[in-house]
Design a protein around this ligand. Structure first.
Ligand code: AMP
Length: 537
């Protein structure tokens, strides 16, 4: 592969780039005046039909860097049934849906037929769109291959292929699928290839499938944006310590906190933290890979529209999401993979805005923190004193497990606690609800003020959504799995798609977001009786 390298530079206006008048008009309507560096670097070459290798993260304007020239080029020619003219591959359903939104926004002056092929949605609607003839096909690799195997899709009419978030595809085990798809598309196609980083496997892929690409690199892959203020927040080690730290942080930041994405490393933490925040009357929602597609989209939409202030999320669910105006990112857990830190905090400070990123750190996180600081080349400041200043937490009233016998009692015990103590006196150790943190987190407030009833109802609805998702976890539909890489699909249990792939560099002993899908989410019907005891408010 020989390649030209172009230095990304800012052009004066979009009109300098060679886009069509109809596309320029849509860009103006979107409110953009100056192309971003990836746009000014990639668009002129893409318009000339050259292959492009774009090394850029989300948040740099890279979606428009391929969507705008594609729409311009699509002005000539027409789509034929089952033979899409262009194909965009995305690693996740959310990213695919986001790209579709971009086509709708920038293609408002065109009559484009767009087909979105993602898992978790029925084949029928998608078949109809293919049958009508798609100008633009946006797909996750697994679902695309499923359609092809069903004979509903021919790829030999594809003129432009976009492979987006290639390093994420690698992480998720999609590379063999990508290779298969590349081999199904005519050699004469144009390929636009985007990746935030260039590990050797990705370099090899580009050498195999790109022809003399123009390389456009907009920033160091592991760099974090300078308009994001990053801070570390010390915390005691236990989940309830961290939840208390988080609540205090949210309250302290209340003035500037428009909204926040709160990242957890595992789905179970997403679920627990969400319930805890709701219980403490925070306006929170949750997003993780086990939720069905409709619930995920609805949750995202609420957050995007400003109806929801706090979104608790896992990496898989939130990576690459374009929510333009997020004031805060909070890492409830320090990410185990340093590059996840860069992606997480990149959800704030987008398109030139200011953002804040806080990371809650306990003593056992220092190894991961060191890795983040090495990767980003930054020494992140402490918000309010470092770990040596952590005061052993008493735990919050409602969330810390009750202390067992012999444990020191807190000064200033509440009447309630005293009564509970009295009630338990004389019970056997087995009967006494001495340590039962879980059901206490789920306890509803005893009374809801009438004016708060509407909010509480909405919150309960959200809780129910989460509960039903958990209940449905063991019964994933066939359709919901088909974003998964093909190579091991047959051997896998019925569960959701992308999140359950091991990462290429996974040497950890830690369980990640996806680990909850193996049946360890809850006790189900086998829940021990003591955990069913209702907490009294
Ligand atoms: P992306 O990197 O494609 O996820 O885009 C990040 C955000 O930047 C999106 O919200 C875009 O709408 C926005 N954006 C894209 N291009 C421009 C531009 N030239 N000027 C201002 N904002 C832009």
């Amino acid at each position: 592969m020989s390649s030209d390298t172009t230095t990304a530079q800012e052009a004066l206006t979009f009109a300098d780039l060679g886009l069509s008048p109809k596309v320029l008009s849509a860009v103006t309507d979107a409110g953009y005046t100056v192309p971003t560096p990836i746009q000014s670097g990639a668009i002129p070459h893409a318009l000339l039909g050259k292959d492009v290798l774009g090394i850029a993260q989300t948040g740099t304007g890279k979606t428009a860097a391929f969507v705008l020239p594609m729409i311009t080029r699509l002005e000539k020619g027409r789509a034929r049934a089952r033979m899409p003219r262009t194909l965009i591959l995305e690693p996740t359903r959310e990213l695919a849906a986001q790209v579709e939104e971009n086509f709708i926004k920038y293609g408002k002056n065109h009559k484009l037929n767009i087909a979105l092929l993602i898992g978790g949605v029925s084949f029928d609607e998608q078949d109809k769109k293919l049958e009508r003839g798609a100008d633009v096909l946006i797909a996750t690799p697994g679902r695309l291959l499923d359609h092809r195997e069903r004979g509903k899709l021919l790829l030999n009419g594809v003129e432009i292929l976009v492979i987006d978030e290639a390093d994420r595809m690698l992480d998720m085990g999609f590379i063999p699928d990508i290779e298969r798809i590349c081999e199904m598309i005519p050699f004469t196609r144009q390929t636009l290839f985007f990746s935030a980083t260039m590990p050797p496997e990705i370099t090899k892929l580009t050498e195999k499938f790109l022809h003399a690409p123009v390389r456009v690199e907009v920033s160091k892959a592991a760099s974090t944006s300078t308009n994001i203020t990053q801070r570390l927040v010390k915390s005691g080690p236990k989940p309830w310590d961290k939840r208390e730290t988080l609540r205090n942080l949210i309250k302290a930041e209340a003035d500037g906190l428009k909204n926040a994405i709160i990242f957890c490393n595992r789905k179970v933490e997403v679920s627990d933290l969400f319930k805890s925040l709701v219980k403490y009357e925070f306006d929170a929602g949750a997003l993780h890979g086990d939720m069905d597609q409709r619930a995920r989209m609805a949750m995202l939409e609420s957050f995007r529209a400003g109806k929801l202030k706090l979104l608790v999320a896992s990496d898989v669910a939130a990576r690459g999401l374009d929510i333009p105006d997020v004031s805060h990112v909070i890492n409830f857990d320090v990410p185990i993979h340093a590059e996840d830190y860069v992606h997480r905090i990149g959800r704030t400070g987008r398109a030139g805005r200011l953002g804040k990123a806080f990371t809650i750190v306990t003593r056992s996180d220092t190894k991961y923190l060191d890795a983040i600081e090495r990767l980003t080349g930054l020494k992140i400041e402490w918000h309010d004193g470092d770990l040596s200043t952590v005061v052993a937490s008493e735990g919050s009233d409602e969330e810390a497990p009750r202390r067992g016998r012999g444990a020191p009692r807190r000064a200033g015990r509440s009447k309630d606690e005293g009564e509970r103590g009295d009630r338990n006196r004389g019970r056997s150790r087995r009967e006494a609800p001495a340590a039962k943190p879980v059901e206490q987190i789920e306890a509803e407030p005893a009374e809801i003020a009438p004016e708060a009833a509407g909010i509480a109802q909405e919150r309960r609805a959200r809780k129910d959504t989460i509960k039903s998702e958990n209940a449905g976890r063991g019964a994933r539909t066939e359709t919901s799995r088909t974003d998964a890489p093909r190579s091991d699909r047959a051997a896998r249990p019925a569960r959701d798609d992308r999140s359950d792939r091991p990462r290429r560099d996974d040497k950890r002993h830690h369980r990640r977001d996806d680990d909850m899908s193996d049946g360890t989410v809850g006790f189900g019907d086998d829940m021990p009786a003591f955990m069913r005891i209702e907490a009294k408010a």
